[in-house]
Design a protein around this ligand. Structure first.
Ligand code: MRU
Length: 362
């Protein structure tokens, strides 16, 4: 698993310039690539406690809906691994307790809740009477969730690849890439496969204020993989579209409601409105773990509101007067009417979304 060098300044931080996996589970230890430091520093952080995993999710060291689901499943193991001496009843109580705690880290991406519910359901199927045996069963489940995520990304890629044609300009917003999953991403999966097939096309990556996931992460990972990527600030999209440079938009999502409304990184709704104005197809890529049939429509999705500091500063530099009032919703909801299709592991789901989502996912 790569040659890790232990950083002298912090014994819990392992540095490597080679390993760029979003996360890995290695002999009972969880390592997360610290995405807040990318692209300047490529460093993994070993997770020592469930509180550390909670903070890593909250601070976006690990981020992107599928990746936080996988991280939470492993994070639960970190939270209970030292409690296997408890009797089964007490151990089950601990599992529920730690799962509820992890779920509170971020509200919008349903994958977090989904992965933890899956772990809880797995614990209920345990037929033994020893907590160590249950821990082992849960570890197997977390590894399964992880492996499945890799496969789901691949399927999304296969189902979306034909949308990308020679010479196209493809716009994406935020990072729904390899870094947001444990595979080849969701929005980026068709891009990686089209590139592998030798299709020549150009990706436009929105910078994605305030935390710059497009600039720091999407452009970094696509560049590294040899794709042709051009960075835009968020306010350039209308102009670039008006110049006929964009033929297709593909974004990821944090939650798809039962009627097909999609929550994704703040700014996505604006991109979708512009795409409709310019007659550009707007696709959203996601695995089934992001589809939430229990949430009727977009207005029922809880939108995370983050700290003002993220908007008041650009990086670490203050860019506003003191005492500014600030809003910082991390996500917005794109109404299903603006979505051309959902690229999923099952294929491309189109309108009527409510009907077709039920057909595929109930
Ligand atoms: O706040 P973030 O960086 O976690 O937001 C991520 C996004 O909005 C992604 O587009 C979404 O989670 C889909 S990831 C495949």
């Amino acid at each position: 698993m790569g040659k890790n060098k232990i950083s002298k300044s912090d014994p819990t931080v392992f540095g490597t310039s080679e390993n760029t996996e979003t996360l890995r589970w290695n002999s009972g230890e969880l390592f997360l690539l610290d995405q807040t430091k990318l692209p300047l520093v490529v460093v993994e952080e070993k997770q020592e406690s469930v509180e550390q995993v909670w903070h890593s999710i909250k601070q976006l060291k690990v981020r992107g809906a599928p990746a936080i689901g996988v991280a939470a499943a492993y994070g639960l193991l970190i939270g209970i691994r030292e409690q296997t001496a408890l009797n089964l009843k007490e151990f089950l109580w601990e599992i529920e307790n730690k799962a509820a705690y992890l779920e509170s880290a971020r509200p919008t991406a349903v994958n977090l809740k989904w992965a933890l519910i899956r772990m809880l359901e797995c614990s209920k199927t345990y037929s033994g009477n020893d907590s160590r045996g249950l821990f082992k069963q849960l570890e197997e489940e977390a590894i399964l969730i992880h492996e499945e995520d890799v496969q789901l990304c691949q399927r999304i890629g296969v189902n979306g690849v034909s949308l990308i044609k020679e010479g196209m300009g493809v716009l994406t917003h935020c990072n729904a890439g390899a870094l947001a999953t444990t595979g080849i991403g969701t929005a980026t999966a068709p891009m990686y496969l089209a590139h592998e097939n030798g299709v020549q096309f150009c990706v436009y990556a929105d910078e994605t204020r305030p935390l710059l996931q497009g600039a720091r992460l999407t452009s970094w990972e696509l560049n590294k993989a040899g794709l042709d990527v051009t960075l835009l600030t968020d306010n350039m999209v209308a102009h670039i579209m008006s110049q006929d440079l964009i033929d297709l938009v593909i974004t990821g999502t944090d939650r798809v409601a039962a009627n097909g409304d999609v929550a994704n990184k703040i700014g996505t709704h604006g991109v979708a409105v512009l795409a409709r104005h310019f007659g550009i197809p707007f696709y959203v890529a996601c695995p089934y773990s992001t589809i939430d049939l229990n949430t009727g429509e977009g207005k029922d999705i809880v939108i995370e509101e983050r700290e003002a500091e993220e908007v008041l500063n650009f990086g670490k530099r203050r860019t506003t007067p003191e005492e500014m009032k600030v809003r910082n919703p991390a996500f917005d909801v794109t109404p299903h009417e603006l979505v051309t299709g959902l690229i999923t592991e099952k294929g491309i789901i189109r309108a009527p979304f409510a009907e077709n989502l039920l057909k595929e996912y109930l």
